[in-house]
Design a protein around this ligand. Sequence first.
Ligand SMILES: [Zn+2]
Length: 173
Amino acid sequence: MARIVLLGFGDNDAAEHFIASLWAAQEADDNQTEVLQQETVAIGAIAAACATVEALVARPTTYCECKIVGKGRGSSRGKFSAQTEDWIRTQRFGWIVHKRCNKPNRWVVRRFVHQLLAGVGIKNLLPELDAQLYPPTADDVAEERAEARTQEERDEIRSETDPDQVENVIPSL
Ligand SMILES: [Zn+2]
């Protein structure tokens, strides 16, 4: 289990500078101690001067691994029918979890912030800022395509496109 801290900045530039410094510090390698130092100071200074903590959210890190099949199919060896399974909201964190194992759906865990924001229709500006700060190169695009061919990505694409998985199994946040 992890936490998500939502920071508020009255000044848009300060918010973007904060993120740029954080990313630069985290990307700095062992030969860039000066960059690391400068950016670390900037992160602390901007946060102390401009940031307000707006929210603290519990982020699930483990997900339901039960075999749940679509409503049209009945329960069989080790598999549960979506018809008989309940998804409930946890009292403390407000997560929707599978009642049997007490864990959220895999897709929800993997794309937690996306799901969270999509639930209220708010757009995440981080990808836009990321593309601005680090414009994707042709190599990046090729790499992303190659990565999509891994087993995990294929599973993800499959669960995303399987109507049973999407409509019957994934609870909306
Ligand atoms: Zn489960």
